[in-house]
Design a protein around this ligand. Structure first.
Ligand code: PNS
Length: 179
């Protein structure tokens, strides 16, 4: 029995998708509180969205959940962060067989580091089975429509981000041509 009914849901959330949202909502049936923990890796981060942007998007999505869902960032080992938060459970979503190996490895490593910390796996909802942050970014960057796969605020941000990127690329191309 968990002493503290709080679960940590760690990830990159670059950006949060409806798959993540569905998972949080279903996890709330089991846990009182969920901390969405966005991992940072200064110097090695190749995320599309800055940490601040990712936090803002997640907080906006869950603003109606009062204190039950919080979003924070962390640096360093997840197990150490979980200990600081006095959480004994990590939540991870499983989409398809392809997720399993990576997730199993991480769960085992975390178990090795902190045996008292448990990883709970949740199956992703069927409509979110094929959604991933990586694919969503790729589709939007190529002009595809991902509405229904990400929250509305995220969709707006994604479109803005890639428009800005297009402008930057056009500018860089123009500069190269004049050089
Ligand atoms: O959404 P992602 O990118 O699959 O999430 C991966 C994440 C952030 C959960 C993982 O990289 C992580 O836990 N990073 C923190 C550093 C750490 O503890 N590394 C050892 C993992 S076994």
């Amino acid at each position: 029995m968990a002493h503290n009914n709080v679960a940590i849901y760690p990830g990159s959330f670059d950006p949060i998708t409806n798959g993540h949202v569905d998972l949080v909502e279903r996890t709330l049936r089991v846990f009182d509180r969920i901390i969405i923990a966005i991992a940072t890796n200064p110097g090695k981060d190749s995320s599309l969205f800055s940490l601040e942007e990712r936090l803002q998007m997640v907080r906006a999505v869950f603003k109606g959940f009062k204190r039950r869902v919080e979003a924070e960032s962390f640096e360093g080992l997840l197990v150490d962060y979980a200990e600081r938060k006095q959480a004994q459970v990590i939540i991870r979503g499983l989409r398809a067989v392809s997720d399993f190996e990576y997730e199993f490895q991480m769960a085992m490593m975390n178990h090795h580091l902190k045996p008292k910390l448990e990883t709970f796996f949740m199956m992703t909802g069927e409509s979110e089975f094929y959604t991933s942050s990586r694919l969503v970014k790729e589709v939007v960057s190529l002009g595809g429509d991902v509405s229904g796969l990400v929250p509305r605020n995220v969709l707006t941000k994604l479109i803005q981000k890639f428009k800005r990127k297009d402008v930057e690329n056009d500018r860089a191309r123009g500069k190269n041509q004049t050089n």
